[in-house]
Design a protein around this ligand. Structure first.
Ligand code: ADP
Length: 244
């Protein structure tokens, strides 16, 4: 039986940079075991919202509840310890290290009172690499990999921390059509394993393919929310994108 409470709820969250209201009172809920996309034109507040969720930014106002806990004031490493994993818009791997060494870094989740041994970390990293179909590349040096594979290593690194909730910042950026299709399949497999995925993405094709729900931002506010069919034909959404 799936817990019916949303895994994440944000209530009237604001993030101001001086006079700039980057996030201007957003409320939304993310249901457990779903893929939920955050979209909107450039400058609409997507990245700021993500950084408020992972704790890089402290919100100016509002409340964030994750898995029943108020995390509004928690530091990023505390949120990671609760099971919030993430990837970055620009790949942040150690290019001179091997694939598996990079993923092992992610397997050392913060707040773990018992430090797993190196063999346990390796095993965990390898199983994350298997999940993204990169186990055969484990010993390769990251800088020699094509970009699409580096993206998969980044996802594996986040998965190795055994998150419940995965934040992805534009995972399809720089991928070709085949890689995008593969990414879509991977996101569905993650959902199939009970993970909740919250992603910012510009590629509308991918969003249509994978999202259970979409929230649309414009000027720091939510302008639409619903299933892909409901949202992508919403006149306000079309107008926001045409005005970009
Ligand atoms: P998006 O990710 O949708 O493109 P952002 O969240 O990056 O939008 O930005 C939302 C607004 O906040 C923009 O007007 C942007 O210029 C502003 N902004 C974002 N980050 C900062 C910052 N660190 N300092 C000042 N303004 C910022």
């Amino acid at each position: 039986i799936v817990d019916p409470a949303p895994i994440l709820s944000i209530e009237n969250v604001q993030k101001y940079f001086g006079g700039v209201k980057a996030v201007d009172g957003i409320s939304l809920e993310v249901a457990r075991g779903t893929v939920h996309a955050l979209i909107g034109p450039n400058g609409s507040g997507k990245t700021t919202t993500l950084n408020v969720l992972n704790g890089i930014y402290k919100s100016t106002g509002g409340k964030i509840v994750f898995d029943g806990l108020d995390i509004t004031a928690m530091a990023p490493h505390e949120r990671a310890g609760l099971g919030i994993g993430r990837t970055f818009q620009n790949i942040r791997l150690f290019p001179a290290m091997s694939v598996i060494e990079n993923v092992m870094v992610g397997a050392q989740r913060d707040n773990n009172p018992i430090e797993p041994g190196r063999e346990a970390l390796r095993a965990r990293a390898l199983s994350a690499l298997k999940f993204v179909d990169m186990a055969d590349k484990a010993e390769l040096i990251v800088r020699n990999l094509p970009y699409g594979h580096q993206r998969l290593v980044e996802i594996a690194r986040a998965l190795a921390g055994h998150p419940k909730f995965l934040l992805l910042d534009e995972p399809a950026a720089g991928l070709n059509q085949t890689e995008k299709k593969g990414l879509g399949e991977l996101l569905k497999r993650l959902r199939g394993h009970g993970l909740t995925v919250f992603l910012i993405e510009h590629d509308i094709g991918l969003i249509e393919q994978v999202s259970d729900r979409i929230t649309v931002l414009n000027f720091g506010k939510k302008i639409a929310e619903g299933t892909p069919v409901e949202v992508l034909r919403h006149p306000d959404v079309i107008a926001a994108y045409l005005g970009e």
